[in-house]
Each structure stands twice: as structure tokens, then as C-alpha cells.
Design a protein around this ligand. Structure first.
Ligand SMILES: O=c1ccn([C@@H]2O[C@H](COP(=O)(O)O)[C@@H](O)[C@H]2O)c(=O)[nH]1
Length: 236
């Protein structure tokens, strides 16, 4: 599927950042047919949420397993081989060369797509320097994107702020998936590189990941639908 063929509604990925499988199933029930794509990350995965991948996939939903793997190459390869059997559409690894190489090997010819997390959206230049990096956010994101492309990674996770420069590097061959999305007026929380849904799509993002603004809303379905409407408007 080319990016242009992705329906506006399918571009919203709701992060099921909730404490239990029961809470996740209740949220999916409240969102109903409005939301087609879900992300399962640390909070739910470590609360027994991995079997939900197959369960939701059987109901026609797409699942992004945001496991952010990072280990020695062989362990990543074997981990990705296991995830490939769960029914997820995307899985994340951190964008380190050995890790990405191991992940591509583990994916083999499976339909699972590997996304490399470039620089977490809660980081700015100061955070990177404090962690011992010489490069700033934009330089590190670009360097990692180039490595990811050479290694055969399917897509990149970055903030929407980097999407314009990433498109110039990777063209339309790789999916660009952006957390750090905040509808106008919503709290940024710990996110430091943020954008509204409409601006992120106009910048060239393929998918938007939204957690707290949806799952902590009084009416999650209404917020999800308003984000999808903003996406559709930005796509024209
Ligand atoms: O760089 C990254 C990579 C992953 N995430 C994940 O996305 C969601 C965002 O949730 P919000 O509540 O909308 O901030 C969350 O699950 C993160 O683990 C990210 O934010 N940044």
C-alpha cells in the first residue's frame, strides 16, 4: 500500500496505555468502529496484554507492538521471530545498527513491519547531550534514518518535527510514524517535540500515535473522531 492509499481513519493509532487487559478491552469497546489501529506498549504488554494482539487482529484491528527492542543482535532476531507470529502489523526496535540488523533478520519474509525509533519524542538536544550524545536531535534522527534505510528497516518513529527532512532522505519507501501528537489545547505532558494532528499530516507523517489525549479523555471516541476529521482535512 502506498502512503496515498492509507485511509484518513486508519492513520490514527491509539496507544492503549492503560493498566490492564480489562481496561484495554473496555477502551476498544468505547472506541468501537471509529478506531482501526491500536498500539500496545510497555504498560499493557507487561500487564499480560500481548495475547490481545491476536485477539484484536482477529476482530479486524491492526496492532502496533511498541516493544522498543534493544539487545544483542541474536536476541533481537529471536525476539522479532516470536513477535512475527503474534499478528502485529508493526513492531519497534531502537535505531542502533546491530539492533536493526538483527530485527530485519528476524522478520525475514514475514508481513510484520519493523519500525526503528530514531530519537524519543520526550528528548530535546539537552537530554541527548546529558545522555552522552555529541549530536543534536535533528542530526541524530537523520543519521539513524540513513542507517535504517541501508539496513532494510520498513519505517521510522520520530516526532513530526523531523518528518520533512526524513522524507527527503528516505522518500516514500519507508512509513513515517509520529508520536508527540497533541490536539490544540491539550497538555504536552512529558513530550517535548510535539505538533497538532493536522500539522503533522501536512508535514508528511503517514501515521499519528496518540495516547493520553484519547484514552484519558472523558469521551475518547469524540476526541478520536475529531483527530481523524483534522487528518482528513489536512489530506484535502
Ligand atoms: O518517540 C516515541 C516513541 C514512542 N512513543 C509512545 O507513543 C505514545 C504516546 O503517548 P501520548 O500519551 O500521546 O504522549 C506512548 O505510548 C509512548 O510510549 C512516544 O511517545 N515517543
Amino acid at each position: 500500500m502506498t502512503p496515498a492509499e492509507i485511509a484518513p481513519k486508519d492513520r490514527l493509532i491509539v496507544a492503549l496505555d492503560v493498566p490492564s487487559v480489562d481496561a484495554a478491552e473496555a477502551m476498544v469497546g468505547r472506541l468501537g468502529d471509529s478506531v482501526t489501529f491500536y498500539k500496545i506498549g510497555y504498560q499493557l504488554a507487561y500487564a499480560g496484554g500481548l495475547p490481545l494482539i491476536g485477539k484484536l487482529a482477529d476482530k479486524g484491528k491492526k496492532i502496533f507492538a511498541d516493544l522498543k527492542m534493544h539487545d544483542i543482535g541474536n536476541t533481537v532476531t529471536r525476539g522479532v521471530e516470536s513477535v512475527a507470529k503474534l499478528g502485529a502489523t508493526f513492531v519497534t526496535v531502537h535505531a542502533y545498527p546491530q539492533t536493526m540488523k538483527g530485527a530485519v533478520e528476524g522478520r525475514g519474509s514475514a508481513s510484520l513491519k519493523i519500525l526503528a525509533v530514531t530519537v524519543l519524542t520526550s528528548y530535546n538536544d539537552d537530554d541527548l547531550h546529558a545522555a552522552g550524545y555529541r549530536l543534536g536531535v535533528s542530526e541524530l534522527v537523520e543519521a539513524r534514518a540513513q542507517q535504517a534505510q541501508v539496513l532494510g528497516i520498513d519505517g521510522l518513529v520520530s516526532s513530526p518535527e523531523e518528518v520533512g527532512s526524513l522524507r527527503k532522505i528516505v522518500g516514500h519507501q519507508m512509513r513515517l510514524v509520529t508520536p508527540g501528537i497533541r490536539p490544540a489545547g491539550s497538555a504536552s505532558g512529558d513530550q517535548k517535540r510535539i505538533m497538532t494532528p493536522g500539522r503533522a499530516i501536512s508535514a508528511g507523517a503517514d501515521y499519528l500515535v496518540v495516547g493520553r489525549p484519547v484514552v484519558e479523555a472523558a469521551d475518547p471516541k469524540a476526541i478520536a473522531e475529531s483527530i481523524q476529521a483534522e487528518v482528513a482535512q489536512a489530506l484535502g
